[in-house]
Design a protein around this ligand. Structure first.
Ligand SMILES: Cc1cc2nc3c(=O)[nH]c(=O)nc-3n(C[C@H](O)[C@H](O)[C@H](O)COP(=O)(O)OP(=O)(O)OC[C@H]3O[C@@H](n4cnc5c(N)ncnc54)[C@H](O)[C@@H]3O)c2cc1C
Length: 368
């Protein structure tokens, strides 16, 4: 039988392939896209992810290339109402700003050192499974169709996961009606001061974070983000602008037989908290650990992946949804929004809870 098959070479799939390779487990990774994605999308690697990636050598490279974020502010009317000290938790690594395309490139480079390269232009169209194997139908460029047998399949094929659809796994949740508008913007000169903040507006929010002092991500639910720039900023160019809709969803199950789901294929939530990519890499870490044990003779362990990750991922989706609703100031949440920053300022345990959520340290990574 062939190696473990990973479908999707975004950050979740690449991390799974890397963790498996480090553990000495053979794997193959395919992606329907001809080229790696070039979008910045996820803008920060959190301390939890850097801990998990440490043995792969990728954390050191992310630290060398990215920018540490030590503080994050909540503001109202331009005034700071809460400053979170992201170093207060004493994590081994700082929160580190780096565009997602670079994080993916560093994962792919580390993977290449094990002789594993994403097979591009290869799309999973169908799959079936028996008690001891999965059979995947892969469409290659030029029309060739391959039937690949694998002991385990990890679906990291994103929000519209084909694997999830083929297995008829529900993906319940809800969506915000309004578009969130995003720009990555370069300024003529560095904007010094805050590394990142959320500005609470009467009917929405503006999120701002610096990749570096002259290169920021601004997300707005209150109109054009370019109308909500940091004080003193003068636009040089806008490398990326996008409108997107926010959903909060968790798959009904994350493992069926010998198939497991991770990353956006399994869960979706708003970018507030910067958890999406990071949570997918954590799924990949747990999958790789359990997959090695499955191949070593413990097939029942794959159900443990579903059991362990569903509860963690669902909890994160719920927390991020609550924070996002509060930050948007929707309905009764607007009352919570009035008091929460002040409460967090005077109640250190509440502030630490918020910092743990942002840093990805709001739960333990359980392997059994
Ligand atoms: C506009 C925007 C802003 C965002 N901002 C943030 C942020 O600030 N912080 C954060 O943490 N997250 C953010 N995210 C979310 C983050 O980008 C995702 O959580 C992350 O990309 C998920 O990684 P993934 O590997 O699970 O899925 P993806 O990155 O979606 O990768 C899935 C891969 O699977 C491939 N694929 C799909 N179907 C098939 C198939 N049938 N066969 C083979 N290959 C297939 C795709 O080509 C793709 O390469 C943002 C997303 C968007 C769209």
């Amino acid at each position: 039988m062939g190696p473990i098959l990973i479908v999707g070479a975004g950050p979740t799939g690449l991390a799974a392939a890397l963790f498996l390779s480090v553990a000495g487990v053979a794997c193959r990774i395919v992606d329907r896209a001809d080229e790696p994605a070039q979008l910045s999308k996820a803008l920060a690697v959190n301390p939890r992810t850097l801990e998990l990636l440490e043995p792969t050598g990728v954390s050191a490279r992310i630290m060398a290339e990215g920018r540490p974020i030590h503080h994050f502010q909540l503001r109202r009317g331009g005034a700071v109402v809460l400053t979170m000290d992201l170093d207060e938790l004493g994590a081994a690594y700082p929160m580190t700003a780096l565009p997602q395309a670079r994080t993916e490139a560093l994962l792919a480079e580390a993977l290449a050192a094990y002789g594993v390269h994403a097979e591009r232009g290869v799309s999973l169209s169908d799959l079936s499974q028996t008690v001891d194997k999965v059979v995947a139908v892969l469409a290659h460029p030029g029309g060739r169709v391959e039937t690949a047998e694998t002991p385990l399949l990890f679906a990291a094929d994103g929000a519209h996961s084909r694997v999830r659809h083929v297995l008829d796994i529900g993906f319940p949740g809800s969506a915000f009606p309004e578009p969130w508008r995003l720009v990555d913007v370069r300024f003529e000169a560095p904007v010094e001061g805050a590394e990142g903040y959320v500005e609470l507006h009467p009917h929405g929010l503006v999120f701002a974070l610096a990749f570096d002092p002259a290169h920021w991500r601004i997300i707005s639910t209150v109109g054009d983000p370019l109308n909500h720039l940091p004080a003193g900023a003068v636009v040089k160019d806008v490398p990326w602008a996008s409108d997107f809709h926010i959903s909060h969803r968790i798959a009904d199950t994350l493992a069926v037989g010998r198939v497991a789901l991770g990353g956006d294929a399994a869960h979706l939530h708003s970018p507030v908290g910067a958890r999406g990519m990071n949570l997918g890499i954590e799924d990949a870490y747990v999958f790789a650990h359990i997959a090695k044990e499955v191949l070593d003779g413990a097939p029942e362990r794959l159900q443990d992946y579903g059991r362990l990750r569903h509860v963690v991922d669902k909890g994160v989706v719920q927390r991020i949804e609550a924070i996002s609703r509060m930050a948007r100031g929707e309905g009764l949440w607007s009352v919570v929004r009035e008091v929460a920053p002040h409460l967090a300022g005077s109640l250190p345990p509440l502030r630490r809870m918020m910092e743990q959520t942002v840093c990805g340290l709001d739960h333990a990574v359980q392997l059994s």
